[in-house]
Design a protein around this ligand. Sequence first.
Ligand SMILES: Cc1cc2nc3c(=O)[nH]c(=O)nc-3n(C[C@H](O)[C@H](O)[C@H](O)COP(=O)(O)OP(=O)(O)OC[C@H]3O[C@@H](n4cnc5c(N)ncnc54)[C@H](O)[C@@H]3O)c2cc1C
Length: 381
Amino acid sequence: MPSDVLIVGGGPAGAIAALVLARVGVGVTILDRAVFPRDKLCGDSVNPGAMALLARHGLAAQVEARALAVSGMLVTGPYGAAVRAIYPGGVVGRSILRRELDTMLLEAATRAGARVEQGARVVSPLVEGANGTRRVTGVFLRTRGGAVARPARVVIGADGRHSSLAFALGLARRPRRPRRWAIGAYFDGVAGLSDVGEMHVRRGHYIGVAPTPGGLVNACLVVPEARARAIGSAQAEALEQTLQRDEQLGPRFHHARRATPVTMLGPLAVDVGSAGVEGLLLAGDAAGFIDPMTGDGLRLAMRGGELAAAAALEALEGRADAHIRLAQRRREELGGKLRVNRALRSLVDLPVGVSLAAAAARIWPDILGPVINYAGDVKSA
Ligand SMILES: Cc1cc2nc3c(=O)[nH]c(=O)nc-3n(C[C@H](O)[C@H](O)[C@H](O)COP(=O)(O)OP(=O)(O)OC[C@H]3O[C@@H](n4cnc5c(N)ncnc54)[C@H](O)[C@@H]3O)c2cc1C
């Protein structure tokens, strides 16, 4: 008996899509290759807009209970430029370990009635027809005995940046620019922390720093391809040395000790030309990944999960072209945000852009306040 909706990936996008669908009585199964709780390299910051989305689903209180409040952002640049902006109107974001957040969201989906199969790796979509008439009718799941077909009336692809579904169908590609890698770990003994998230933009790289519950500090370095290649397997050294040699961060990391192994991943950016095909709807990073610099991936992923769930309901009612309407809604709602993020990441790609922005921020510190609020999705909070 095919599932009504199969969701590949039980991260924030997939869990929210499942929650929405299960709450209106749709039979949903999530397939995730991981076994939760699982770690995920991330800055661990849930921005105010993402918190508002969680509140709409009745999930904010339990996240808040395991999180630190984040009242704004500190953005620094070269030449000692530093701007600290507090979100307006008492709005706050949160900092929470992804293994905790993602497990909580998955459990909420389960409570709502979704089935979750963990350790279930999807290898490719099950496709009928070809080119103009192709339709996804399920997925192939890897088992010990080989790939097994799992049919479904609708598939939601929420399997992250390396989406096996989006890449198999030729919907996703890795752009030639930007090509950046992230290297992250947790530290203790970091000085000078406060209740704001931090983004330190330098020529050629940037570093996110966030206090997390339990006292460890998340530090994430993002570098271009040439530097990632030069770093090779010396990831821990590269992260620690970059932190210690940084003009502004160095003194604060002087007595810090790395408390976890280092994780490196990349290339980060993935461009996706469409939100799916007939029978398949994409959500979260699987629908396109933007640079983590603006710290709003979770809000985009979860909102994408909601939009995919709404499109899945239309498809279950027998309406064709749900993926086309999904693409249109994503463009209308998320398009502006994605364009701003692209512009910012292009700016930090250029050494002169970083210098100019730093100079402008020194002369006119208020310039960054609106950008920080926009990145934090404060309006939707
Ligand atoms: C370095 C870095 C820092 C970031 N920092 C922040 C931040 O501070 N704040 C923020 O809002 N965003 C941040 N982001 C972005 C954020 O992490 C993502 O946007 C978010 O995780 C997307 O959620 P998702 O559900 O789409 O994908 P994911 O969270 O990646 O979940 C995808 C799920 O799919 C499963 N899966 C993958 N392939 C398969 C398969 N073949 N079969 C079955 N299951 C599969 C995986 O196990 C995983 O559980 C950061 C990203 C990076 C890279």
